[in-house]
Design a protein. Sequence first.
Length: 76
Amino acid sequence: MPRDATITQESSVGEWGKKIRICLNMTQQELGDKYGISKEDIDLFEHDMPMNPDVKHRLLKALRSSRNAMCQAFPR
């Protein structure tokens, strides 16, 4: 079972991304391998550090897509 991954209004974008990844039960390496993004870039993103905007955009799209699939699989 994944660790607590509650998303609050106070969550930063990086925290949101990390919580989605945890809900998907994926490591940074697994997420990176799936979407062609380096583990290092995922770590920068999760810690809200400066990074290549194109990579950040790809990662946000991948996380949103994964989150939407997860929500469809487990509706409220």
